[in-house]
Write a protein that binds this ligand. Structure first.
Ligand SMILES: NC(=O)C1=CN([C@@H]2O[C@H](COP(=O)(O)OP(=O)(O)OC[C@H]3O[C@@H](n4cnc5c(N)ncnc54)[C@H](OP(=O)(O)O)[C@@H]3O)[C@@H](O)[C@H]2O)C=CC1
Ligand SMILES: O=C(O)[C@@H]1CCC=N1
Length: 283
């Protein structure tokens, strides 16, 4: 296909800045049946480019080449690297595209609003902002999707199709993206932190580390599946575990005494605030 012609189904997808999130998406697209020949990747280091080529059979190109050849550019560099990446891309993107003829820009970066891209790119450039998370690696991502000013329903559907291949998607107004970043973007880290802490508790209680880890991980998986599949409110599920004069209520009292609920609320608020700070793309 000629560069950037209007097309209802964009063909070539480039992942720019293929680190942890970029690779998770790339591997998901290939698992989902997309041909490596329809994918391009870019990386800052030659050894990383080679690694991606070897691992996935995809072509590794420069950012300039990706801008010229791809119909969809998924930008997965750190927020602080986004301005520089855009500087590298803009000379190679159409400068005065008609509506519908520009490549779709999908940003996976925390904090950076679609206006950041629209201010730096040609008029009509469609931009979609997505906050995914690392469980994309196991097709259990949560990807929260918002349209920029020029993104069409087809652009949103295309982003949903890409990210839907690695988990669930949800459309939200862009004003909710910083909150979503705090909840689901960073969310897996909170659960890993809890598992780490509870495994330490198992050690304190005399269990071997590997056994403590397995017990807590399976409790987490069981709880997660029940939260997802039972349709019950978490309070109900917790009440079902909490027997009168039993063990669980003693633990819950300690969690409340130590302000864990308030700590979590403050923690997510801090993450949301940091996402807002990242909006300028300067760190
Ligand atoms: N990690 C997570 O859980 C999540 C991250 N995100 C967002 O995804 C984005 C990427 O995060 P993550 O994958 O963790 O970060 P990584 O550092 O793993 O990936 C970013 C990659 O971009 C490369 N890079 C930087 N600048 C350029 C450039 N100009 N051209 C080509 N490659 C470049 C980096 O190269 P080098 O290796 O040399 O540094 C690195 O490999 C961030 O914006 C983050 O906010 C969103 C949701 C969850
Ligand atoms: O910590 C971060 O900034 C990124 C964005 C969401 C998860 N990780």
């Amino acid at each position: 296909m000629t560069d950037h012609q209007a097309s209802p189904t964009p063909k070539t997808i480039a992942v720019l800045g293929t680190g942890k999130i970029g690779e998770a998406l790339l591997s998901g697209m290939i698992r989902g049946g997309r041909r490596p020949a329809d994918l391009l990747v870019t990386a800052r280091r030659a050894d990383r480019a080679e690694e991606l080529r070897t691992r996935y059979g995809v072509e590794s190109v420069t950012n300039a080449e990706a801008a010229k050849r791809a119909d969809t550019l998924i930008l997965t560099v750190k927020p602080q690297d986004m301005a520089k990446l855009l500087e590298e891309l803009t000379p190679h993107l159409p400068t005065n595209p008609d509506a519908g003829t520009s490549p779709l820009i999908i940003s996976g970066a925390a904090g950076i609003p679609t206006s950041f891209f629209e201010e730096r790119l040609a008029p009509h450039t469609p931009v979609v902002r997505v906050m995914t998370n690392t469980p994309a690696l196991v097709d259990e991502a949560m990807s929260v999707i918002s349209a920029g000013s020029h993104a069409t329903p087809a652009d949103l559907a295309h982003a949903e199709e890409i990210f839907g291949g690695v988990g669930k998607t949800l459309r939200v107004p862009e004003s909710q993206q910083d909150a979503a970043t705090a909840l689901s973007g960073s969310g897996p880290a909170y659960f890993y932190f809890l598992v780490e802490a509870m495994t330490d508790a198992g050690i304190l209680l005399g269990l071997p580390r590997a056994q403590a880890h397995d017990l807590i991980v399976q409790a987490a998986i069981g709880a997660a599946v029940m939260l997802r599949d039972s349709g019950e409110h978490p309070v109900k599920l917790r009440e079902a575990v909490t027997s009168p004069a039993g063990t669980t209520i003693n633990a819950i009292r300690e969690l409340e005494n130590h302000g864990v609920r308030a700590a979590l609320i403050s923690a997510l608020e801090a993450a949301r605030n940091r996402s807002r700070e990242l909006a300028s793309g300067t760190g």
